[in-house]
Design a protein around this ligand. Structure first.
Ligand SMILES: *Cc1c(COP(=O)(O)O)cnc(C)c1O
Length: 495
């Protein structure tokens, strides 16, 4: 197998092994790590169709994480995709209303971030071992709700790691807060701060760049690392489920080997759909990559005009995980469509920082011909949930509904009948309030658990353990701190 090295999207000097890129997270010039080439699948689709999720995961990940041994990689995969998931299929496909919904929400926090965050801790500790890093890895995260819990669930009780999560004390939903403060595991630490998400985020960045703190950590046998979505160790595991979905469709004789499919992805930071793009580049027969945005439609505008422009109003929607104006992972696509020219990519990213916008050339635009942008407003999102529930008996969450709404209008506009996979990114019980208001607008209650009961009554979709168990779970994290005391709080926990 050809070794793959990773370099920054903004400069070609640094050449790292996969394990080093995972440990670093972000390149020192602020760029994202990209592979020097995209390898082709070296197993036939038919062979892959005969494997289970873990088998497919190994065959895909071995091609990109070339410095991991087979034993190491299979070990990481086995530790990640176990009974933390409530189905052995890990990512089942459900057919409803002319589409195949790829359910990526059967993990610990019932959203698709579990697909990557359940394996990242194992990739990271293995990477540390391979690079003779003796220090304990301390993950430091600021969260506005979802990522914090998914990272906590992934790192909880993983030997050689600790995780500290800061959240705005009054800035997350009651269920999100309950999920975090009941987190088990001796190596977890959850702190509410008196401030908003930006304060938490800025505070964490400051701790990351504090040289004295880094020294103190090193003396005590520890070092910081980051679990955010630009880490290559989160991207690579996301390629797996597209290959898996395709081969399940083959296995169930819905498609012939080699036949094209379309993929629709509800998009925020551009990580999930970028993984589908890599799957296509590796040889998976994907025709169209349909990028679905909510009312924060920066990406839709980008694909229709070639201009990326974040200078606009930020809109709060019922699909909050897609309320994003800077899609960080798009930088990797930009790098690839300017022929892996880090200098050009850096220029555009600097423009984005300075002016909030950039234009791509016609030659770059021509390389985006497999992408289709779409957008779905709030009203259509809720109508889509209602329509799919009433006409097909299938319940989806608000994020998935944005994708389903975009797909419906794409299909009627183009007449394209290619079999289509929609990435279903959260359980309807993760966004119970909005989902219930779509199918039972007359119901009202202040209590999210009552709403979950009502949703069960109507849909008979079982309430996931992630929701039922926090109802009565004991609160174990009670620390609250001021923004200025974050360092002291961190040191107190690490001692
Ligand atoms: C994070 C998230 C998304 C967006 O995924 P990106 O990789 O950031 O584009 C969509 N839906 C849900 C439920 C999410 O949690």
């Amino acid at each position: 197998m050809v070794d793959i090295t990773y370099s920054s999207t903004r400069g070609a000097d640094e050449k790292l092994k996969a394990s080093e890129a995972i440990l670093n997270g972000l390149a020192s010039d602020g760029g994202l790590y990209v592979p020097d080439h995209v390898p082709a699948l070296d197993r036939s689709l038919k062979e892959l169709a005969g494997m289970d999720y873990k088998g497919v995961a190994y065959e895909v990940m071995k091609l990109l994480l070339t410095d991991f041994t087979e034993e190491e990689l299979r070990g990481c995969i086995a530790a990640a995709y176990d009974d933390k998931f409530d189905t052995e299929e890990i990512a089942p496909l459900a057919e409803a209303c002319d589409a195949y919904f790829l359910e990526l929400y059967h993990g610990a926090t019932i959203a698709f971030k579990d697909m990557a965050l359940s394996i990242l801790p194992h990739l990271m500790t293995t990477a540390a071992r391979k690079n003779n890093v003796k220090n304990e890895i301390v993950i430091l995260t600021a969260t506005s709700g979802d990522t914090g819990k998914a990272a906590l669930a992934g790192f909880a009780s993983v030997p050689g790691t600790r995780i500290i999560v800061f959240y705005p004390k009054d800035g997350v939903s009651p269920i999100q807060k309950q999920q975090m403060v009941t987190q088990q595991g001796d190596n977890t630490f959850v702190v509410g701060i008196n401030g908003n998400f930006d304060n938490a985020q800025t505070g964490v960045k400051k701790l990351f760049s504090d040289k004295e703190l880094a020294e103190w950590m090193n003396e005590n046998g520890m070092q910081f690392s980051s679990a955010n979505s630009i880490n290559i160790g989160r991207l690579v595991p996301q390629i797996v489920y597209y290959v898996y979905a395709y081969t399940r469709l083959m296995k169930e004789e819905r498609i012939a080997e080699g036949a094209p499919i379309n993929v629709v992805v509800p998009t925020g930071n551009f990580g999930n759909i970028l993984a589908a793009y890599y799957a296509k580049e590796m040889g998976l027969p994907i025709a169209k990559l349909i990028c679905a945005s909510n009312e924060n439609k920066v990406l839709y505008d980008f694909f229709s005009t070639g201009t990326y422009d974040r200078n606009r109003e930020f809109i709060l929607t019922s699909s909050p995980s897609m309320d994003i104006l800077i899609s960080s992972n798009l930088e990797r696509l930009i790098y690839h469509i300017c022929d892996n020219d880090a200098g050009k990519c850096r220029t555009l990213m600097e423009l984005l920082t300075r002016t909030g916008r950039y234009d791509i050339t016609d030659a770059m635009r021509a390389k985006l011909d497999s992408f289709v942008g779409g957008t779905c407003d709030e009203e259509t999102t809720l109508a889509t949930i209602k329509n799919i529930f009433e006409s097909c008996g299938y319940l989806i969450d608000t994020h998935t509904a944005v994708a389903a709404g975009v797909y419906k209008s794409y299909r009627s506009k183009t007449g394209d009948r290619t079999p289509t996979v929609i990435a279903s990114t959260a359980s309807p019980y993760k966004f119970t309030g909005s989902v219930l208001s779509a199918i039972d607008p007359g119901y009202s209650s202040d209590d999210d658990f009552d709403k979950a009961d009502r949703l069960y009554e109507l849909s008979k979709v079982p309430i996931p353990k992630a929701v039922s168990e926090i109802r009565t779970a004991p609160i174990v994290h009670k620390t609250i701190c001021e923004v200025d005391d974050m360092e002291k709080t961190v040191k107190g926990f690490l001692k």
